[in-house]
Design a protein around this ligand. Structure first.
Ligand code: PLP
Length: 395
């Protein structure tokens, strides 16, 4: 029996949504680590392959543990269909490439996760797909970039690492006028704080490596949309190119989703307190936090997000040297490039996640040498603030 109610609120969906119990009535979801499925008769196999009988065929197409994860994500996101993938990048590249062909054009915000930028800027053109990158903060730039062959708008909001936002409803309106689709990488907002499908976007993608697992165990992704888009564009691409997720990973994500709401709540509270603390420090030039009234796009945030962020970006007056000294002096907070984890993590984007960009591209995105990105964990907020207070003294 499957547990499913459209009326449940997110915290309930996260615990019960999509649960599929076997005849043993297990409490925790089962891990079906199987590559394939058996049929009682030849006729049953024929019917399954013809699509005349319900059931799984091959784990590259879908399997029970993955199905539970996909259904729970659909319930949370308000999507009709989902496909689990082996990484966030598998999700994003599939979501874009499955619906594009030679001669098509993408408009994308230039502030994208590094690998996403490589996919649209370097990979897509090899297959004859043109791409225009724009400063996504201003809707006029999206409109100006439209061509006759524009098929997809692609964006991330808030962006990594400078937490800029894009007006998703505004971009969706432009896309609908020309029959193009909007793909949103919703990692930084989490499914709890922003619902791109409700704002008019057509496809939502996640790196589930981040908040959805949230405990540094898994590499994973998921694509969500309506039934029609999945059937027409994604289904065959997904089945035949093989980005499928391992059922074991799907199980870790099901466990991750159970605690997503309480983790994100604690991380957001911690991030907000640290942002307020950092804003008062003399070594800090500026703090960028979507939950603060001084965020440059606070009006759009209010319109499309229901919570701040678990991430904080800030710039140190002392540039790279100060950033390195601060990071090295932190004790509770760990240096790493992951985010959305239970542990607080700090990153210096200019020398790590964004080192492959040209100096000019980094400057365009506001990634100054003194910019540091914090992903707040679920530790005690005061311990984190104490840690920053002692580390700032090292500068
Ligand atoms: C991490 C991340 C990705 C890529 O996900 P992987 O799971 O590492 O493949 C894409 N977009 C954003 C915004 C991310 O933070």
């Amino acid at each position: 029996m499957s547990k499913n109610s459209k009326n449940w609120r997110p915290a309930t969906q996260l615990v019960h949504g999509g649960t599929l119990r076997s005849q043993y009535g297990e409490m925790s979801e089962a891990i079906y680590l199987t590559q394939g499925f058996v049929y009682d008769t030849s006729e049953a196999a024929e019917a399954r392959f013809k699509g005349e009988s319900e059931g799984f065929i091959y784990a590259r197409y879908g399997s029970p543990t993955n199905d539970m994860f996909e259904k729970r994500m659909c319930a949370l996101e308000g999507a009709e269909e989902a496909r689990a993938t082996a990484s966030g990048m598998a999700a994003i590249s599939a979501a874009l490439l499955c619906q594009l062909r030679a001669g098509d054009h993408i408009v994308a915000a230039r502030a994208l996760f590094g690998s996403c930028r490589w996919v649209v800027e370097t990979l897509a053109p090899r297959y004859g797909i043109e791409c225009t990158l724009v400063d996504g903060r201003d809707l006029a730039n999206w409109e100006k970039a439209i061509q006759k062959n524009t098929k997809v708008f692609f964006l991330e909001s808030p962006t990594n690492p400078t937490l800029e936002v894009v007006d998703i409803a505004g971009v969706a309106k432009l896309a609908n006028q020309i029959g193009a689709r909007v793909v949103v990488d919703n990692v930084f907002a989490t499914p709890l704080y922003q619902k791109p499908l409700e704002l008019g976007a057509h496809v939502v993608v996640y790196s589930a490596t981040k908040h959805i697992d949230g405990q540094g165990r898994s590499l994973a992704g998921v694509i969500l949309s309506d039934k029609e888009w999945v059937t027409e564009h994604l289904q065959d691409y997904y089945r035949h190119t093989g980005p499928a997720m391992s059922p074991f990973t799907a199980w870790t994500l099901i466990k991750g989703l159970e605690t997503l709401a309480i983790r994100v709540k604690q991380q957001t509270e911690n991030a907000a307190k640290i942002a307020d603390f950092l804003a008062e420090q003399k070594e800090v030039a500026r703090v960028i936090y979507p939950g603060r009234a001084d965020h440059p796009q606070a009006d759009i945030i209010k319109k499309q997000m229901t919570g701040g962020s678990t991430l904080v970006a800030f710039e140190l007056k002392g540039g790279k040297e100060a950033a390195f000294k601060l990071q090295n002096a932190l004790d509770v907070v760990t240096i790493s490039n992951n985010l959305g984890d239970t542990r607080s993590i700090i990153t210096h984007p200019a020398t790590t996640t964004h080192k492959n960009l040209t100096d000019e591209a980094r400057a365009e995105l506001g990634i100054a040498p003194g910019i540091v990105r914090l992903s707040a964990g679920i530790e005690d907020a005061q311990d984190l603030i104490d840690d920053f207070a002692q580390a700032l003294k090292a500068i």
